[in-house]
Design a protein around this ligand. Structure first.
Ligand code: NAD
Length: 496
């Protein structure tokens, strides 16, 4: 493991106890409850966050409601909303290095990845959705009612939206919901993951600097079963957009039932990757390795089940072993490091538990398979072969750098797709082949919201992203992603 380099200067937000943003003011939780925020590379405390609960959520929802109903926000022209979003994008860009450092300190991921992916994508997302603010519209409809009618649809903001996000890509997840919600004209209450509040709170400072009216963006930090649950239950919230585990997604659905608020869910995955015999194997090996080891495997769309044609299996597995062995694991602050730690000691134990269960159920470990000794919550990039579909490690989402490998031989494409679809999830899939016929037939058969051919899963804001089956409800990104923050009104005027 590589030792961390001497850390850059600590960002100012870490110099004092963290607070929450409600109605344009920074507040602490009424009861004074706090929790340490930890650097997973070292296990050391970075800051102390305020633990908001039902009271603070209620204050935030009321502020968002005032801003939505009577404040400046609904009176702003779409072009003004777009301008504010672009201003926020520019501010995020101006502070990109600081935000990347905060993300690396809080998640352990490599600084270059945090700068290029987490922060870079957040900037792009703000620009992308700023563009939508002026392009959302209804349309006229040709109705066949008797008489003379003018009929059309209107797109209106859904209202006050609660946004609940996970810890794996904290800033990009927060921006991925805040940006389309604001573009559509909603006001928001954001609940970051309790493990990773830093970049969301810094974003809150930039929101104020950009000049968003008070109450348009509120940020309440706190525990999932307290602040998160209170937000999902709150009768003053019109929609919840949630990214996280499938188990919590189901709890959100139950909590939202009181006022039948709209619910969007981006949940877990157990995504299949298929490497056919005719594939460009060098690219396929690199793509499969990146698809499971990026962000230490803490990626919802990670390609965690690999199916390799038997005729090329030895070559592909040898290539993956070589790649896994060469990956530089260490603190995200060390130049050249490719794999950081897992987010917490608990997550590391969970991942190691899955590796042990695979071993006990008869899988063979051909790379990694253990924790990295020393400080921090590191796990070696791990490859399991001889896995079977009934194994826990194959069925359940591990959310760590663990790839489960199976082979196929003379399976028909029907059978092979069925093996890929043999999961409760349906988020993503990758196919590596040069044969267009195979590619198209597999694309049609796979039950997944996102399919890539000759590429690992990679997001693009123009492409809808979301899951089939228990990987979620709805889509983010693209027109669908921003329209999800609107209601559709049908209007017909009798002209007689
Ligand atoms: P999690 O479900 O435990 O937590 C996610 C968020 O929900 C956190 O902010 C948490 O505080 C909150 N929460 C927890 N319990 C809650 C409750 N009862 N009511 C309301 N909110 C509650 O997930 P996690 O461990 O932070 O993240 C990992 C999971 O997220 C994985 O399953 C992963 O697949 C999924 N994920 C999905 C996507 C996607 O786009 N589909 C993206 C990233 C992560």
């Amino acid at each position: 493991m590589n030792a961390p380099a001497s850390p850059p200067a600590r960002p100012a937000i870490l110099q004092q106890p963290l607070r929450m943003l409600v109605d344009g003011q920074w507040i602490s939780a009424r009861g004074g409850a706090r929790m340490d925020v930890t650097d997973p590379s070292t296990g050391q405390t970075l800051a102390s966050e305020s633990l908001g609960g039902a009271h603070e959520i209620d204050l935030a929802v009321q502020a968002a409601r005032r801003a939505f109903e009577g404040g400046a926000w609904p009176r702003l022209r779409p072009a003004e909303r777009a301008r504010l979003l672009r201003k926020l994008a520019d501010l995020v860009e101006r502070h990109a290095d600081e935000l990347a450092l905060l993300e690396t300190l809080n998640t352990g991921k490599p600084l270059g990845v945090a700068r290029m992916f987490d922060v870079g994508f957040s900037i792009e997302n703000l620009h992308y959705n700023a563009g939508w603010a002026t392009k959302l519209h209804g349309e006229t409809r040709a109705v066949s009612l008797p008489g003379d009618w003018q009929a059309y649809t209107l797109r209106e903001p859904v209202g006050v939206v609660g946004l609940i996000v996970p810890w794996n890509v904290p800033l990009a997840m927060a921006v991925g919901k805040v940006a389309p919600a604001l573009a559509a004209g909603c006001t928001v209450v954001l609940k970051p993951a309790e493990l990773t509040p830093l970049t969301a709170l810094r974003l809150g400072e930039l929101v104020l600097e950009a000049g968003f009216p008070p109450g348009v963006v509120n940020i309440v930090t706190g525990l999932g079963h307290e602040a998160g649950q209170a937000l999902a239950e709150h009768p003053g919230v019109d929609k919840i957009a949630f990214t996280g585990s499938t188990a919590v997604g189901k709890a959100i659905v139950a909590a939202s039932a009181g006022n039948l608020k709209r619910v969007a869910l981006e949940l877990g995955g157990k995504s299949p990757v298929f490497i056919f015999a005719d594939a460009d194997l060098e690219r396929a090996i690199e793509g499969a390795a990146r698809g499971i080891f990026s962000n230490s495997g803490q990626v919802c769309a990670a390609g965690s089940r690999l199916f390799i044609h038997r005729s090329v299996a030895d070559r592909v597995i040898a290539g993956l072993c070589e790649r896994a062995g060469k990956l530089r694991v260490g603190s995200g602050l060390t130049p050249g490091v490719e794999i950081g730690p897992l987010i917490s000691q608990r997550q590391r134990e969970r991942v190691l538990g899955y590796i042990d269960s695979g071993r006990e159920e008869g899988a063979q470990i051909v790379a990694g398979g253990a924790a990295v000794t020393g400080e921090g919550f590191f796990v070696q990039p791990t490859l399991l072969v001889n896995t079977r579909p009934d194994m826990r490690a194959v069925r359940e989402e591990i959310f760590g750098p663990v790839l489960c490998i199976q082979t196929f031989d003379d399976d028909s494409l029907e059978q092979l797709a069925a093996r890929g679809n043999d999961t409760e999830y349906g988020l993503s899939a990758s196919i590596w082949t040069r044969d267009l016929r195979i590619a198209h037939q597999m694309v049609r058969r796979l039950q997944a919201g996102n399919v890539r051919v000759n590429a690992a899963a990679a997001p693009d804001f123009a492409m809808p992203f979301g899951g089939y089956k228990q990987s979620g409800w709805g889509r983010e990104n693209g027109r669908e992603g921003v329209e999800a923050y609107t209601e559709l009104k049908s209007v017909a005027i009798d002209l007689n």
